[in-house]
Design a protein. Structure first.
Lengths: 435, 993
């Protein structure tokens, strides 16, 4: 009997504690979501070149764009060798006129017997550098960018500031709030247990004292020695109802939670047919996303690169790797590579990459997470409608320099003091995404 | 005495039959048979056990489905073509030409598959729109019933084997070698066929059209006069449906409408008289229409000939016709700006028409010096060949785009003749009637898979380029000929070389690239020469009057039958009868009453030769008395055409051959049978309750006071009559960015249905089939309402005793979601699945819709469509390949959701195009340009009747039109309901005599 009572007591306690934890957990999650949005909701534009000393920032940023789109595949702006040499200090190593000639057509320079050219060619295992149809000014802007040292990355794993920083702050927030709550909870429980034990000790001391040292009349003795009838609690309707109620609430909460999670594949990390590492390509080698996902600025689809894009580099680099051999085999068999799709939006939702990247100026990492740190890509964002809508509500439109919005910004400022967000331009209406 | 125009949608509404009354009050026809799956148990209740079973199953299914999402693959190109960007459409200039219907087009492709056909604005012949057939032709590309390989005696064969056999048989051929084709307007193909024939001592290229214009050609030396309707102030057409099916309807519609658009600054338009037997699309647009019998046609033309040229004789009732006198007066008053056309295939009649036009000074004015080539068929040649085949003097025959075993009046003789020919080859893309009777079938590519060139009019060249590589192992006819000729080059090279003569000086590659890019070359260079044709006899062939004269005609959607296998076109309602899926006997009301026939009664039609066919009757107001009309192209009984199989009956045997001319008319006798067969019509189910829906006026009134042609409804208030919009319970929307709107000019709309077809293709609209159309569940987002009307006189005198259905006028009104600013549908949706956007669009969120259908109930325009079934991936709708086979699904627009069962849908103002247009502008840091964002219906309209644009942009065409027409012709349908639509109509103006 007693065991039974004890068990029930423990059950109640557990359920109660569980309920507490669940509700705290929910609180914590909410807090972290808010923290997330607050910190990384918006990262408009790319790096700004305002503080760069020496050289015209406009020229440097033009050079940066050219460098990232054309050179970064084979060269780092630092001193690492990717395919060709790292370009840090290249302006010192060669004359500008020579560099212009070399970049425009390296092979003709080599064939002309230029000693400097042949030396470079020999040094980097006779890898021919392709010719580029740049104007002189464009080459100069690239050189200016290299000289500015902006492209030199101290720690290769560090991604674009916005996302990484945001991510850290986000997890810190979760950690801080969660840890604090845990400590309070533990302390509370300890205090309660101590309190209960103390009270039990006091009652037992008192009873012993009364029984031994006092002669009590029958009535008092009964009161003092009264045994608490635990079965009363067990049999009490109120308690039973409460227990059942709490149980039902917990089960419901769990079910709802699970049901709401159906179809959400956040964290989905399937094994891909080829162990391609974004960490290596986007992280360490700093290859621009646009190089492989070539339609991300102009189409609804970012496009998965076709094998011929891989071959731009891998016809020369790491040809012996078993993973890259798989690409060769695909080409030989004339069978495209069947990647496993990670980000699956339902067919009823229309999403356009270019709207967000080109027009909105959103970084890839805002939705895809720290892709430059992922060896295997996983789904970073929940991709739920709530997640979309939240961002559309919070994000100010990237209207600068876009004549489409000129009058709209004026009109908005006349009528409202809040930020001109996506949703204030109708960005949360049904037919913006569903048609 | 105020005469009032009474509108009605069909005979049912005019007569107000009890059945019509019942239907009119039912919003939805009937509920779905729930127990269908259980063998139709009649109790209408689900049994408890079944309910539990279902419940259990669905629970299990849900929990299973939720465990793990299916693994989806993303498969990139192995070697991405340079021009193809996933998610970005590519456009290729090409040309659609079939049976006279010429359209210079742009083909929209996504990820390498064609998904839409649009007009090519570079063309001066068809810059504005396309025909509905051109729109629908796209589905033919993905038709599973096309041949996938060549056939020898009906068995699958390899191309090498076919080539080997045909080559050796050709080497030893004895007798005549005949190449039978429908009209070929491709100069290079024509040249190639001539070269192919040069090898043989006895070769003939016989051109033969299922609906031939050989009479017209004979009267004009083998070419079609270069009609220019845009210059004509007075048009008289006798049985020529030039806006719908006659010769080249799309270029004609463009010309015709140029002189029909009016505004207060230039209130002038052409006057158009139409004398015809059937109620054609052209007749519906005419200012004056007179029903005539086929046997009266020759007399009518003679009377006109006499009146204009003073020669010949005019006798009979026709000569005394008052309308004819008025027409003559108008023609003579507009000398040099008048045009007479006739659809007759009688060279004698056509010779008179040519003389009339000459006398009216049409040459060089309303008849351009550059002739047209769109029809070149010669009936006499074909009849001779059929006789030669039967006589056994033909050694080899090839059929290209020609199916005489089905569509020639002497089809039986064609079949018997084929047995006596040594080598028979067909290039048909499927086993049709002729191909089923030949030894070799060497399937041709679809036109979107082929290179080709065209010259529809002298000096107007155009090109077709492949928009996709061949899906099956088919081969272009021209390439086959080159192979059999032992040539190593392909047709592309052949054609390129042929074009060198028109390139002029300079770099040919550059010239060629530009020509392929533009799709047209209109610098006057010409490549095609038409065979000259002399009239066999100029005597007029007399059609003996008979009790019931039958005519056979082309439907606007189906044509001569090449497109019967196309479910999109099958479900496109006929512009006048609004009937879908099948043909019928269209008869005037008087005849129906005399025979006590009601619509849907099956009639036995017995032809002159004793053959008979059975078809249901359709009461057609305006059909000439004593005549019936039956559409061509039906009655296909081959398994290779499952969509068309069993629909209607073949009407070609009605055509009669007189003196080597095929006349598309013949005497028949009708007999009522006991069976009935319902006709699936789309429009006649609702009533307009006598409300003001369409508006029309006359040119005379318009000239007098342009502000007096449109009736604006005012509501009574204590301050006097007020605009309904001034009294409102709702707050108005404020549009800051865009305010999309549409203006539809009822004067320009000819009712062809190109917009409906275009909308279907663009928006993945399902085809529901005959049974469901009968259930009034068609899904078209855009429909063209056709109202018959007759003047209702207040005073009941003898004139008004006439039957209003004898010869009613017709007015067309394209009807689509009106995108009301105060939309009745939005307020009744319990789940807010339909609501207004900040750009004026009434949005529909399918995945939020729970299917209460309150919105459809509350919509005064009846434009909402409910998905009663799942139309995709459903075997019951397997005839709609566009949604039910892997191949067919390639035609779907990837930017538009395929809707599921149980949700409501409706016109979205092509929001996918609006969104894309805005995005393109944003990407280029600018505002969208007017005309850049255009809905599918507006883009495909051959007469620019639909203008779509941003009403917030004061410089846009729509804003300017509205500003000019406001208070004159602009009106909103059912304005009194204060729904404030974003679609505005412009009152139709008739130039009544």
């Amino acid at each position: 009997m007693i065991g039974c009572i004890l068990k029930s007591k423990i059950k109640v306690l557990y359920t109660f504690l569980f309920a507490l934890v669940v509700s705290f957990g929910a609180l914590a999650q909410e807090a972290s979501e808010q923290a997330d949005i607050a910190t990384k909701g918006v990262t408009p534009g790319a790096t700004e070149g305002a503080e760069v000393s020496g050289g015209d920032p406009a020229v440097i940023s033009a050079g940066e764009a050219l460098f990232k789109n054309n050179c970064a595949v084979c060269h780092s702006a630092g001193s690492d060798v990717i395919v060709g040499p790292g370009l840090q200090g290249v302006n010192g190593r060669h004359s500008e006129a020579w560099l212009i000639k070399w970049i425009k057509n390296s092979q003709s320079l080599i064939q002309a017997g230029d000693a400097e050219a042949i030396a470079v060619y020999e040094e980097y295992s006779k890898q021919a550098m392709p010719s580029f149809a740049f104007s002189d000014d464009e080459v100069k802007s690239i050189l200016a960018y290299i000289e500015s040292g902006q492209g030199v990355v101290s720690a290769p794993t560090e991604g674009p500031e916005g996302a990484t920083a945001g991510e850290n702050v986000g997890t810190d927030a979760i950690g801080a709030v969660g840890g604090y709550l845990d400590i309070v909870l533990v302390v509370l429980i300890v205090v309660l247990i101590v309190l209960v034990v103390t009270l039990l000790l006091i009652t037992s001391l008192l009873r012993n004292y009364l029984n031994k040292n006092r002669t009590l009349n029958e009535y008092d003795a009964e009161v003092v020695n009264q045994r608490f009838d635990f079965s009363k609690i067990y049999k009490s309707k109120a308690v039973r109802t409460l227990v059942v109620l709490i149980f039902v609430v917990v089960v419901l909460d769990l079910t709802l939670d699970k049901v709401m999670g159906i179809g959400i594949q956040q964290g989905y990390e399937p094994k891909q047919p080829i162990a391609f590492s974004h960490k290596l390509h986007a992280g360490e080698h700093q290859i621009n996303c646009n190089y492989c996902h070539s339609t991300v600025y102009k189409s609804k689809s970012a496009s998965i690169p076709s094998a011929n894009i891989c071959m731009n580099c891998h016809s020369q680099i790491k040809t012996e790797s078993p993973e890259i051999q798989k690409i060769y085999r695909a080409i030989e068999r004339n069978r495209p590579i069947e990647w496993v799709r990670i980000h699956n939006l339902p067919d009823l939702a229309y999403f356009n990459h270019s709207q967000h990247t080109q027009v909105g100026g959103i970084e890839c990492q805002t939705c895809h997470g720290p892709i430059q740190e992922m060896d295997v890509v996983y789904q970073y964002s929940p991709l739920t409608m709530g997640w979309c809508i939240d961002c559309h509500r919070e994000t100010p439109l990237n209207t600068e320099g876009n004549a489409y919005y000129d009058k709209l910004v004026e009109l908005h400022e006349e009528s409202s003091k809040g930020a001109f967000t996506v949703s204030s331009n109708g960005g949360t209406e049904c037919s913006k995404c569903h048609y | 005495m105020q005469d009032r125009i009474k509108y009605w949608k069909g005979i049912e509404e005019l007569d107000n039959t009890p059945e019509f009354e019942k239907n009119a009050h039912n919003e939805f026809p009937e509920f779905l048979p729930v127990n269908e799956a259980e063998g139709g148990e009649a109790n209408g209740k689900t049994r408890r056990r079944d309910f539990l079973k279902l419940l259990g199953f669905s629970m299990a299914a849900v929990s299973l489905a939720s465990c793990e999402a299916p693994v989806r693959k993303a498969i990139p190109y192995l070697n991405k073509p340079v021009d193809v960007e996933p998610g970005v459409a590519n456009w290729y200039a090409s040309t659609y030409y079939q049976n006279g219907d010429y359209n210079s087009i742009l083909v929209k492709t996504r990820e390498g598959r064609p998904i839409k056909v649009e007009p090519n604005p570079s063309s001066s012949l068809t810059p504005m729109g396309t025909s509905p057939r051109a729109q629908g032709s796209l589905l033919g590309l993905y038709d599973n019933n096309r041949l996938r390989f060549p056939l020898i005696k009906g068995k699958e064969a390899k191309w090498e084997e076919v080539d080997k056999q045909i080559k050796s048989r050709l080497a030893s051929v004895s007798g005549k070698v005949a190449f039978v084709s429908s009209t070929i307007i491709s100069p290079s193909t024509q040249k190639l066929i001539n070269e192919f024939g040069a090898r043989f001592s006895n070769f003939e290229h016989v051109t033969y059209d299922a609906n031939s214009a050989s009479g017209l050609l004979q009267a004009n030396g083998g070419v079609i006069p270069g009609y220019d309707f845009s210059k004509a102030n007075a048009i008289v057409s006798i049985n020529a449906d030039f806006l719908g099916t006659w010769l080249a309807p799309v270029p004609f519609a463009k010309q015709y409408i140029k002189n029909r658009k009016v505004d207060a600054d230039s209130p002038s338009m052409s006057r158009h008289y139409q004398f015809e037997t059937i109620y054609s699309l052209t007749g519906a647009n005419a200012d004056v229409r007179v029903p005539i019998k086929p046997s009266e046609e020759a007399a009518l033309v003679s009377a006109l000939y006499k009146a204009i040229t003073g020669q010949g004789t005019a006798t009979g009732a026709m000569a005394d016709s008052k309308v004819l006198a008025a027409a003559v007066k108008d023609l003579q008053a507009n000398r040099g700006r008048a045009l007479v056309v006739s659809g007759s295939n009688d060279p004698g009649v056509q010779a008179m028409v040519t003389a009339i036009n000459a006398a009216l000074g049409a040459e060089g004015n309303t008849i351009d010096a550059a002739p047209m080539y769109v029809k070149q068929g010669n009936d006499a040649d074909m009849i001779r060949l059929i006789n030669e085949m039967n006589a056994g003097s033909v050694g080899a025959v090839f059929f290209y785009n020609a199916n005489p075993a089905y569509n020639h009046p002497l089809a039986a003789k064609v079949v018997s003749g084929l047995k006596k020919v040594g080598l028979t080859v067909s290039f048909a893309d499927r086993v049709e009637e002729t191909a089923a009777n030949v030894e070799f079938v060497t399937p041709d590519n679809h036109y979107l898979e082929s290179w080709n060139d065209f010259e529809p009019k002298k000096g107007f060249l155009s090109l077709a380029q492949p928009a996709i590589s061949p899906i099956f192992t088919t081969r272009q006819m021209q390439d086959s000929l080159l192979v059999w000729n032992g040539s190593n080059s392909d047709f592309y090279e052949y054609m390129r070389n042929n074009w060198r003569s028109v390139a002029g000086g300079g770099d040919f590659n550059k010239f060629w690239e530009k020509a392929v890019h533009d799709g047209v070359l209109e610098n006057g260079a010409t490549l095609l020469t038409a065979k000259s044709m002399a009239p066999a006899s100029t005597s007029v062939k007399t059609i003996k009057p008979s009790a019931i004269e039958a005519v056979i005609y082309e439907k606007v959607s189906i044509g001569t039958g090449d497109l019967t296998g196309n479910p999109w076109l099958q479900e496109l309602p006929d512009p006048i009868s609004k009937a879908t899926w099948g043909n019928y006997v269209a008869m005037p009301r008087r005849m129906a009453e005399e025979m006590s026939v009601v619509q849907g009664d099956v009639l036995k039609v017995t032809l002159a030769n004793g053959q008979s066919i059975e078809l249901p009757a359709l009461v057609q107001p305006g059909q000439a008395n004593g005549t019936v009309a039956i559409a061509m192209g039906y009655g296909r009984n081959l398994e290779s055409m499952p969509v068309a199989q069993g629909l209607g009956a073949n009407a070609y045997p009605i055509a009669t051959v007189i003196d080597n001319s095929v006349l598309y008319t013949g005497p028949v006798t009708l007999e009522k049978t006991n069976s009935t067969s319902p006709i699936a019509q789309t429009q006649t189910h609702h009533t307009i309750m006598d409300r003001l829906v369409v508006q029309e006026s006359t040119l005379a009134k318009y000239k007098e006071n342009p502000k007096d042609v449109t009736e604006y409804i005012r509501v009574a208030t204590h301050e006097g009559p007020a605009k309904p919009a001034t009294i409102s319970l709702w707050d108005d929307y404020e549009y800051k960015n865009h305010h999309w709107g549409m203006v539809i000019d009822l004067n320009s709309c000819i009712g062809c249905g190109a917009c409906t077809m275009s909308c279907n293709v663009e928006n993945n609209i399902p085809v529901v089939g005959k049974a469901e159309v009968l259930n009034r569940r068609e899904m078209h987002w855009m429909r063209i309402d056709r109202y018959y009307s007759a003047v209702e006189h207040e005073e009941k005198d003898y004139a008004t005793m006439e039957d209003p259905a004898e010869n009613p006028s017709v007015i067309f009104q394209p009807m689509l979601c009106q995108h009301c600013n105060h939309a009745p549908c939005e307020t009744v949706c319990p789940v807010a699945a339909t609501m207004h956007s900040s750009e004026g669009i009434n949005q529909m969120a399918y995945n939020r819709c729970v299917g209460t259908r309150y919105c459809a109930n509350n919509c005064p325009y009846k434009v909402r469509r409910f998905n009663w079934f799942s139309y995709a991936n459903n075997d019951k709708f397997g005839f709609n390949e566009a949604m039910n086979s892997d191949l067919g699904k390639m035609v779907l627009n990837p930017d538009v959701t395929v809707r599921g069962r149980g949700v409501m849908e409706k016109c979205s103002f092509c929001v996918q195009r609006v969104q894309l247009g805005k995005l393109e502008a944003k990407r280029e840091n600018r505002r969208p340009k007017d005309g850049e964002i255009v809905t599918a219906c507006a883009q495909s309209c051959p007469t620019e009747a639909i203008v779509f644009g941003d009403m917030k942009d004061p410089e846009s065409r729509i804003s300017k039109t509205l500003a000019r027409q406001n208070g004159e012709r602009a009106f909103h349908v059912l304005e009194e309901l204060n729904t404030q639509p974003n679609v505005t109509y412009l009152t139709k103006i008739r130039n009544l005599a």
